[in-house]
Ligand binder design. Structure first.
Ligand code: IMP
Length: 206
């Protein structure tokens, strides 16, 4: 019997990635739209882990399925972790071309260009006895200038050079990026946890 799990996001691209990884384990991945639920709590934590817990607990309090949430962003060492948990809200409403330009301007002349993309994912079991948060990071640097060629991906992808890929996310295909990305790494930990025993899913055939 398929085990249902609610992925606490409306983003269909993320949901597709999660579905691809979890369906081989017998999970039927539902989005918030599928179950007609909404996030009701604000993301007030100052860490990705904290915000992913807020989202997961919020959705878990509204249904009795297993829940998986995610929270992610870019953390730039020389800017004290900025934009960090504010990655989505930084210069809200403006195009990412402008946001990326603004970041490069903030970093002009800065020699420490270390940065990481980070994802925290929180799993809550259907019987609510297990809550576990997994963190995936991909380390790299912020490049000096906006790239001129055609870009793949979204958000801050064009300005992040991944050490693992030896190129920017913007210059990488989806498959290349997913293999090493923060989200990919967090998801692999979730898969390995859910693929094991004692993860609380056996009570969840609802
Ligand atoms: P979310 O919490 O995963 O929706 O991401 C928050 C924000 O972080 C996004 O709106 C993007 O600005 C940024 N972000 C997260 N992951 C990525 C990525 O893989 N590439 C580029 N930007 C990202």
């Amino acid at each position: 019997m398929e085990k249902k799990i609610v992925f606490a996001s409306h983003n269909p691209d993320k949901a597709r990635e999660v579905r691809e990884m979890l369906s081989p384990l017998g999970f039927d991945v539902l989005t918030l739209s599928d179950v007609n639920l909404k996030q009701t709590k604000e993301e007030t934590a100052d860490t990705f882990e904290g915000n992913s817990r807020i989202k997961a607990e919020d959705i878990a309090s509204q249904c009795d399925y297993a829940v998986l949430s995610d929270d992610s962003g870019l953390s730039i060492e020389g800017l004290g972790g900025f934009p960090g948990v504010h990655s989505a809200r930084f210069m809200e409403g403006r195009h990412y071309l402008e946001k990326n330009k603004a970041i490069l301007e903030k970093m002009e002349g800065m020699t420490n260009r270390k940065a990481a993309f980070v994802t925290a994912m929180t799993y809550i079991s259907p019987d609510r006895t297990i809550e576990k948060t997994f963190v995936g990071r991909d380390e790299g640097v912020i490049i000096d200038e906006l790239p001129t060629g055609e870009q793949h991906g979204f958000g801050y992808d064009p300005i992040f050079y991944s050490f693992a890929l030896k190129k920017t996310y913007g210059a990488s295909s989806d498959d290349e990026k997913n293999a090493v990305s923060h989200r990919g790494r967090a998801l692999k930990q979730v898969v390995s946890f859910l693929g094991g025993t004692n993860n609380g899913t056996d009570t969840g055939n609802r």
